[in-house]
Design a protein around this ligand. Structure first.
Ligand code: PMP
Length: 413
C-alpha cells in the first residue's frame, strides 16, 4: 500500500488487498474477520519481512562477528529504534523486547514490584482490567503483604469520576491501568490519570495492548512510567511484545530473568549485568518477531494512524447505530470515548450460541469473558459476544454481522 497523503481518506478496498487472509473463506463463505482485539491479521509486508529474514538474513544477534550476524543485529536494533519513534520514547534503551503485554506487566511486577512494594503498601488498578493487569499484581500483593485496590466503573464502562483520586493514598505505590479496555472499548483519559497519580508520587503503568493498534501513543507526552503492549495485536507476528519504561526506572530495577545476553561478566563468585535494555532480555530473543514488528510499524505509518482513527471512528459509529437498532441486542460498554470494540448480549441467547451461529456464516467474533471476568461480573453477564474492528474492516462486514445476528434471532426467536 502506498499512501498519498495523510489527509486523503483510507482506501479500505486497497488496504484489504495487503492482507491475504481477508480474501479467504471460512465455512464456505467469505471470511468476515471481527476479532482483531484478540489478535490482528498480518499484512503481506510483514509476512515478506519474516520470509526474507529467514530465507536470506537469519543468524543470531549481538554475538557473531560474521556478516550475517552483524546484519541481523542491525535489523534487530533498527526495529528497536522504530518502536521508540512509534511510541515517542526519548531513548531506544527504554524499549525492552518481551513476549507480549502479559510478560511486560509481569516484568514490572517481578522486578520493580519486588523492589518497591512492601507490607501495607497498595497497588491500584481499575475494574475494567484484563486478567494480565490483575493477576500479576495479586501475586505481588500476596507475596509482599500489600493490598490491591480497584477503581470503580460506571454503567457505561467508564471510570467513575473522582474514583481514582479517592483511592490514591500515601500507601499507593503503583497505579496500573489499561489505556483502552478490551472488553468494553473504553478509552481512558490517561494523561489526566498520570498527572493525578504523579501529584501523589505514584508511578503509573499503562496497559496499551488495545491502544497502539488504534490510536497514536506518545509516552513522553502521557508521561507514564511504564507502557506495555503486544506485537500480535499491532499487525506484527505473535511472540513479540514491548515494555517501555523510563530509563531511570529501568536502570534502577533488578533483572527479571538471568542467563545469556543479560550479563556484563560472569564468574562463579559474582555476575555483573548488562546495561538496559539487555539486562532485561535474557536468552536469544524472538529475532524475526522483532524484525516483523518493525515492518508492521513501517506499514502502519505508511497508512497513517490519523487515517486509521478516522475510518475506525466512522465504522464504530455505523456498527453502534446498527446494533442499537436491534431491540434484542444490548451493548455492554457505551463509553463516550471508545475504540472500535462492540461487546453485546442478545437477549435469551447464550453468547457461545451467538458465536457458533455467526461462525457458520463465516463471521469470526469472540464469545466469552475476554479475560476480563470482573468486567462480566460488573455488568451481570457470564459472557458477551465481541465484534472488534480494525482499519481493514468495512461497513459490509458490519452488515454481515447484523444479518448474522438476525439469523440468530430467527433460530432462537
Ligand atoms: N491487556 C489487554 C487490554 C488485552 O486486550 C490483552 C490481550 N487480550 C492483554 C493485556 C494481554 O495481551 P497478551 O495476551 O498478548 O499478552
Amino acid at each position: 500500500m502506498t499512501a498519498a497523503t495523510n489527509r486523503t481518506p483510507l482506501d479500505v478496498a486497497r488496504v484489504r488487498k495487503d492482507f491475504p487472509i481477508l480474501a479467504t473463506a471460512s465455512r464456505g463463505k467469505p471470511l468476515v474477520f471481527l476479532d482483531t482485539a484478540a489478535s490482528s491479521q498480518k499484512p503481506q509486508a510483514v509476512i515478506d519481512a519474516l520470509s526474507a529474514f529467514y530465507a536470506s538474513g537469519y543468524a543470531n544477534i549481538h554475538r557473531g562477528l560474521y556478516q550475517l550476524s552483524a546484519e541481523a543485529t542491525r535489523l534487530f536494533e533498527g526495529a528497536r529504534i522504530r518502536v521508540q519513534e512509534f511510541i515517542g520514547a526519548a531513548d531506544a534503551r527504554e524499549i525492552v523486547f518481551v513476549r507480549n503485554a502479559t510478560e511486560a506487566i509481569n516484568l514490572v511486577a517481578y522486578s520493580w514490584g519486588r523492589q518497591n512494594v512492601g507490607v501495607g503498601d497498595e497497588i491500584l488498578i481499575s475494574a475494567m482490567e484484563h486478567h494480565a493487569n490483575i493477576v500479576p499484581w495479586q501475586m505481588l500483593c500476596e507475596e509482599k503483604g500489600a493490598t490491591l485496590r480497584v477503581a470503580p466503573i460506571d454503567d457505561r464502562g467508564q471510570l467513575v469520576p473522582g474514583g481514582i483520586a479517592e483511592l490514591l493514598s500515601d500507601r499507593t505505590k503503583l497505579l496500573a491501568i489499561t489505556h483502552v479496555s478490551n472488553a468494553l472499548g473504553t478509552i481512558n483519559p490517561v494523561r489526566e490519570i498520570v498527572e493525578l497519580a504523579h501529584a501523589r508520587g505514584v508511578k503509573v503503568l499503562l496497559d496499551g495492548a488495545q491502544a497502539v493498534p488504534h490510536t497514536s501513543v506518545d509516552v513522553r507526552s502521557i508521561d507514564c512510567d511504564f507502557y506495555a503492549f503486544s506485537g500480535h495485536k499491532l499487525f506484527a507476528p505473535s511472540g513479540i511484545g514491548v515494555l517501555y519504561g523510563k530509563l531511570a526506572h529501568l536502570e534502577a530495577m533488578p533483572p527479571f530473568m538471568g542467563g545469556g545476553e543479560m550479563i556484563a561478566s560472569v564468574t562463579f563468585e559474582k555476575t555483573t549485568y548488562a546495561e538496559v535494555p539487555r539486562k532485561f532480555e535474557a536468552g536469544t530473543p524472538d529475532i524475526a518477531g522483532v524484525i516483523g514488528l518493525g515492518a508492521a510499524i513501517d506499514y502502519i505509518e505508511e497508512i497513517g494512524m490519523g487515517r486509521i482513527e478516522v475510518w475506525e471512528a466512522e465504522l464504530l459509529e455505523y456498527a453502534t447505530r446498527r446494533l442499537e437498532a436491534l431491540p434484542q441486542v444490548r451493548l455492554v460498554g457505551t463509553a463516550e470515548h471508545k475504540a472500535a470494540v462492540l461487546s453485546f448480549v442478545v437477549s435469551g441467547v447464550h453468547p457461545h450460541d451467538v458465536g457458533t451461529i455467526l461462525d457458520q456464516e463465516g463471521i469470526a467474533v469472540r464469545s466469552g469473558h475476554h479475560c476480563a471476568q470482573p468486567v462480566m461480573d460488573r455488568f451481570g453477564v457470564p459472557a458477551t459476544t465481541r465484534a472488534s474492528l480494525a482499519f481493514y474492516n468495512t461497513k459490509e462486514d458490519v452488515d454481515a454481522l447484523i444479518r448474522g445476528i438476525e439469523k440468530v434471532l430467527e433460530i432462537f426467536g
